[in-house]
Design a binder for this molecule. Structure first.
Ligand SMILES: C[S@@+](CC[C@H](N)C(=O)[O-])C[C@H]1O[C@@H](n2cnc3c(N)ncnc32)[C@H](O)[C@@H]1O
Length: 163
């Protein structure tokens, strides 16, 4: 493992935010979710938000990242928290996602949308995931701005709005 990844290993999370900010963003879309939603978490890292999503929704989270040690850490945390059955960690690139049509109720990407470019990232993500997102399913992304705050942008499959 390179020095860069060695330095990063063991951190609780890889992006800005907290369990509380994940819950807050989740609450803003909760009304549109079915019971036990199927969620795709893109760029999950070691998965702090994955755990919150699985725990708070009672649904199932498919968590995607391309750095296997993060996925191993997520699996370890999921087992620790009794969430193994509700989290599937997948090693894949966010720009080459291949999931069944309509397989998800919500696409989530926390602190990772910048990889696709924050301005166009949600739209890029929407086009990459349009077939696996159920009709009217949502996309939620968070991004740190000005070093202090978290911005949320949510797009439905019909329109795009800043909240
Ligand atoms: C800033 S971290 C955010 C991780 C996590 N969401 C969090 O908030 O702790 C960005 C993540 O995206 C992953 N990543 C980078 N490029 C990727 C790609 N092309 N496909 C999938 N994951 C990628 C990195 O491995 C890293 O875990």
């Amino acid at each position: 493992m390179s020095r860069f990844w060695r330095l990063r290993s063991g951190l609780p999370r890889e992006g800005p935010g907290s369990d509380e900010s994940t819950r807050k963003a989740l609450q803003s879309v909760a009304a549109s979710l079915p019971e036990a939603p199927r969620i795709l978490d893109v760029g999950c890292g070691p998965g702090m938000q994955t755990l919150v999503l699985a725990r708070e929704t009672g649904g199932h989270v498919t968590a995607v990242d391309r750095h296997q040690p993060f996925l191993d850490e997520l699996n370890r945390r999921g087992a620790r928290d009794g969430l193994t059955d509700r989290i599937t960690a997948v090693n894949a690139s966010m720009s080459a996602l291949d999931f069944p049509d309509g397989g998800f109720d919500l696409i989530w990407s926390e602190g990772a949308i910048y990889i696709m470019g924050f301005a166009g990232g949600p739209d890029t993500l929407r086009s990459l995931t349009s077939s696996c997102l159920r009709p009217l399913g949502g996309i939620t992304t968070t991004h740190r701005s000005n070093g202090v705050s978290t911005r949320q942008r949510r797009t439905s499959s019909d329109d795009a709005t800043d909240e």
